[in-house]
Unconditional design. Structure first.
Length: 188
């Protein structure tokens, strides 16, 4: 008898001692009910799928685990890490989101995971509008745009507040009244 079976039997006995008459969901804890669903799924991934990249990608896309064109082939070089043309609209959305994220730091906080998820949602939405062949490069381009804007804004804040570090509070007017540090005053 395997140790897992002994443990399961002991657990069932313990539940009966506590007065639970039917521990019917115990099988679900061990994943026994899920195994049949997985076996019958035509998109389930097997070890053989790792021999054929196209089959693996098709199944991962069908399962919703990756988007088409976003899976790197084994031995893939970094050719997708190139700047490509993206629409001005998406560029501005990324810049605005990054400005919002840096502005939230004015309260003495770091950029949150939720904000990063929102930025990634912008990337994902844009990827749905372009061909799968350009998706990796477009994501690389948008992340470079976001990163450059963050570095620019943080550098500007540091130039205005000596000794400031990310995570420290600052007056948000430093950014908003200087047109996001672009050098001209909005008040004028």
């Amino acid at each position: 008898m395997r140790i897992g079976q002994v443990t399961q039997d002991n657990y069932k006995d313990f539940l009966r001692i506590l007065g639970i008459k039917n521990p019917k969901n115990l099988e679900r804890l061990n994943g026994e009910g899920e195994k049949e669903k997985v076996k019958n799924n035509p998109n389930r991934i097997t070890i053989d799928d790792f021999r054929c990249y196209d089959t693996l990608e098709r199944k991962l896309v069908a399962l919703g685990m990756v988007e088409e064109g976003m899976l790197l082939r084994p031995g893939h070089n970094l050719s997708h890490q190139k700047i490509i043309d993206v629409s001005d609209e998406i560029r501005q959305q990324v810049v605005n989101k990054m400005r919002e994220m840096v502005l939230s730091m004015s309260k003495g906080k770091f950029i949150s995971a939720e904000q990063a998820d929102e930025l990634n949602a912008i990337y994902k939405q844009y990827r749905g509008t372009i061909s799968p062949d350009d998706r990796l490069s477009a994501t690389w381009t948008l992340s470079q745009i976001a990163g450059e804007e963050e570095v620019r804004l943080v550098s500007y804040i540091m130039s205005r507040i000596p000794g400031w570090q990310p995570g420290m509070a600052f007056d948000p007017k430093i950014l908003t009244e200087s047109n996001w540090g672009l050098g001209f005053d909005v008040k004028a």
